[in-house]
Design a protein around this ligand. Structure first.
Ligand code: ATP
Ligand code: LTN
Length: 326
């Protein structure tokens, strides 16, 4: 069974990315063949500064490693190192319809956010994502809840291709853990925590300093009332409790019991403590990793990914009727 997932090198990785995606990758890497990419082709669908994009790509690779992704077990690579991603995206694009793509929630949201740059890449983004997944004959795609629609679109596209040209692709499934699959913004608990949020108060960055974490948690929006309980009609405290619960490996009941006599200020203090206990060792590992070491891991990852990608592309080209080159 193969697992594939990716993250965009387009901002600061946050606790939502960790809880919704990376944390689940850690469990999967011991059971399946996992491939984790850094999706830089996807990142340029919104404007990026080239130098920052390069730095962030290296940073994400280091975060994977610091979080515990093991390059001995897993393939880690940069999307643009494998040409087959864009090549397959072109072919799949001929099967994707404009009306399907227009329905994509992420496209609608990003078009709203970047009104002056609603480009073709942003529109066909899910097709490139489908190529990422199908190229490696992926069965499981561990992601946060926001990506569910893109994975369903990928499965539909794979079925369509198989029906037209014969069995070629494995049909992938999203793996979305119920708990923590949608961590909300600290400044607005009705919208997901996001790397591209305007205010840094929206997210807890994996590389934030302890002062920043303290400040962000102390400023986090809370609900009316005073109870520290997982209640659906109190989205702000529900979200903060979810972060606490997951990082402290406790059940909802245990957490509610612990805070039954506390007020918001006490709870926020404990939350800060648990977030820092999680981040400090991760950051310590992060700052020790040398660039050279990462380049070697990415090169090795690209070599391994290339082999699988080439095999799939060969099959795809035959199936669609391309003359094979000599
Ligand atoms: P942006 O807001 O700039 O689009 P992002 O914060 O959504 O970025 P991505 O690179 O798109 O980050 O997502 C990487 C992974 O993290 C995906 O699997 C995504 O589903 C997951 N993820 C992103 N945000 C959250 C969140 N708030 N809660 C849980 N999982 C999340
Ligand atoms: N679109 C995803 C990132 C991504 C991805 C993938 C996730 C690009 N290619 C393939 C899973 C599988 C996002 O999180 N915004």
């Amino acid at each position: 069974m193969r697992v594939f997932s990716a993250i965009l090198p387009s901002g600061n990785l946050h606790i939502g990315n960790y809880i919704g995606a990376i944390k689940n990758w850690l469990e999967l890497q011991n059971q399946y063949q996992c491939i984790f990419s850094i999706a830089n082709y996807h990142a340029i669908t919104v404007k990026q500064d080239p130098e920052i994009l390069r730095q962030k790509s290296l940073e994400i690779a280091k975060i994977y490693l610091a979080a515990g992704i093991d390059p001995k077990k897993v393939i880690i690579f940069i999307q643009s190192h494998i040409n087959e991603h864009t090549e397959l995206a072109w072919i799949l694009g001929t099967l994707a319809t404009i009306s399907e793509l227009k329905r994509m929630t992420q496209f609608k949201e990003k078009s709203e956010q970047h009104k002056k740059n609603v480009n073709l890449g942003l529109f066909s983004y899910p097709v490139l994502q489908a190529a990422d997944i199908l190229l490696y004959q992926t069965e499981i795609v561990p992601v946060g809840e926001d990506q569910k629609q893109h994975i369903e679109f990928t499965a539909d596209l794979a079925k369509k291709f198989n029906k037209l040209f014969g069995e070629t692709f494995i049909i992938p499934k999203a793996l979305i853990k119920e708990e923590g699959c949608r961590i909300m913004g600290l400044d607005n608990p009705l919208k997901k925590m996001s790397k591209s949020a305007k205010s840094p108060l929206n997210y807890l960055g994996l590389l934030d300093t302890s002062e920043e974490i303290r400040k962000k948690i102390s400023k986090a929006v809370t609900d009316s009332g005073a109870e520290i309980k997982f209640s659906k009609d109190k989205p702000a405290i529900f979200n903060l409790l979810t972060i606490y619960q997951i990082l402290s490996f406790q059940s909802k009941k245990e957490v509610e019991e612990k805070f039954k006599n506390s007020n918001y200020a006490d709870f926020k203090k404990e939350l800060t403590k648990i977030v820092l206990e999680f981040l400090e060792p991760l950051q310590e590992r992060f700052y020790k990793i040398k660039d050279k070491e990462v380049y070697e891991i990415l090169q090795d990852g690209a070599n391994k990914a290339q082999g699988i990608a080439r095999e799939t592309m060969k099959k795809v080209k035959e199936r669609v009727g391309f003359l094979t080159s000599l």
